[in-house]
Design a binder for this molecule. Structure first.
Ligand SMILES: *Cc1c(COP(=O)(O)O)cnc(C)c1O
Length: 397
């Protein structure tokens, strides 16, 4: 998955443009910048590649989620539905606005289970936030119709699935808002960065203002701009955006390499009848950043994970025990360990996650192994890896 593996002349050239002008900021300094507007270029390229009307780049994927929620008017006490399997950024962005993260079960797609979403809806629910984990998507048709029926917003976290599609539309472009991360280990990277995409003019207007202290970005004198509402600073720097411009131009090349490597491994594992691959919703195409599969039970999965490690097959994750991606280890959330006082709405409304039953998520996650697909492998390395994986998994059955 990581774009840092194939990093070179294109990235260097874009960064050099910024170095030559010395303008490290995305706004202003028109006379000094030799015509270089890397952030704007990244945004235009992303909007076009993602078939969306608007794209706004920010400082991280977490910032993108926060800005997306804020731009849609999410605030104190609003409930946002999110999955038990995701990165901690999901609840961080919700909590940052004083809103309440409502965790619900996943299914064999490894993403939100639509029926569980519908059950969790209350009068305070404002957003459903599916997270397209490990390269593949939630059942977006089912979630969209739930959102339409209940008047909720659909916000896609596509941070791990950039370049994947659903019914021929780019992931991230299907919901009311979509978010990407360009952190160092994502499919395309700019060191630190992220972006929000939308077709909603108002959300876009709110997003660029909110992420720059409320600046209205009218005219070309920053000091004289107005501030229609309170904002914050989630700006991306021109240096990071410059790297992003180069990496975005290579997205399809990266996905092609991932698909080739993924396919070799998948075909090898298909010969083991006990291996069941993660369900991809009908009409969906992964971005091939991970190969995800289930083993018959928790014991076999743990044994297989150990055997893969012992065989030197790196990059295979057993998320069930993972500190960052599964609710079981989020004791900072479940015990509300916060440096300062949390907002009253959060204290009063956050469910007691020590008591909620997520046995359905546990049943899937305890059987799941996800193997990272790298870009830098040679054909021979992929073939060797496939052999080692088959042997390690068979030895665990
Ligand atoms: C990486 C990631 C994020 C956050 O992105 P950062 O750029 O690291 O802040 C959010 N959601 C998911 C699913 C991610 O994988």
């Amino acid at each position: 998955m990581p774009g840092f593996e194939l990093f070179g002349d294109k990235e260097r050239k874009e960064v050099q443009d910024v170095m030559d002008s010395g303008v490290l900021m995305r706004y202003g300094f028109d006379g000094m910048r030799n015509g270089h507007w890397k952030t704007k270029e990244l945004e235009a390229g992303l909007a076009s590649r993602m078939q969306s009307q608007y794209a706004h780049a920010v400082s991280s994927g977490t910032a993108a989620l926060t800005v997306a929620l804020a731009s849609a008017g999410v605030g104190a006490g609003d409930e946002v539905i999110m999955p038990t399997f995701t990165f901690v950024a999901s609840f961080e962005s919700i909590l940052a606005l004083g809103a309440v993260p409502v965790l619900v079960d996943i299914d064999d797609t490894l993403t939100l289970k639509p029926q569980a979403v519908e059950k969790a809806i209350t009068a305070k629910t404002k957003v459903v936030m599916p997270v397209h984990m490990c390269g593949s998507m939630a059942d977006l048709n089912a979630l969209k119709s739930i959102c339409d029926k209940h008047g909720l917003l659909l916000l896609e976290d596509a941070c791990q699935a950039i370049g994947g599609t659903y019914q021929d539309k780019p992931l991230g472009s299907i919901g009311d808002l979509g978010c990407f991360s360009f952190d160092y280990v994502k499919t395309i990277t700019c060191g630190e960065g992220g972006a929000v995409i939308t077709n909603n003019k108002d959300y876009y207007g709110n997003a660029h203002k909110y992420s720059d202290h409320g600046h209205d970005h009218i005219g070309n004198n920053r000091g004289a701009e107005d501030h229609p509402f309170l904002g914050y600073n989630f700006r991306i720097s021109e240096m990071n955006a410059a790297v992003g411009v180069a990496q975005l131009s290579r997205l399809d090349e990266f996905i092609g390499i991932q698909k080739r490597n993924y396919t070799v491994l998948r075909e090898a594992l298909s010969n083991i009848s006990e291996v069941i691959f993660r369900t991809v919703p009908e009409g969906g195409e992964e971005n091939y950043s991970f190969l995800n599969f289930f083993l018959p039970n928790e014991e076999v999965a743990q044994k297989a994970q150990q055997a893969l490690n012992d065989a030197g097959v790196d990059g295979c994750f057993y998320w069930y025990n993972n500190n960052w991606h599964y609710y079981k280890k989020w004791e900072h959330l479940t015990q509300m360990k916060s440096l300062g006082k949390l907002p009253k709405d959060v204290i009063e409304s956050l469910p007691d996650y020590n008591k909620v039953d997520f046995s359905e998520s546990d049943a899937w996650m305890s059987r799941n192994i996800s193997c990272l697909i790298k870009l830098g492998w040679t054909e021979d390395e992929v073939a060797q890896r496939a052999k080692k994986m088959v042997k390690a998994i068979k030895s665990s059955l």
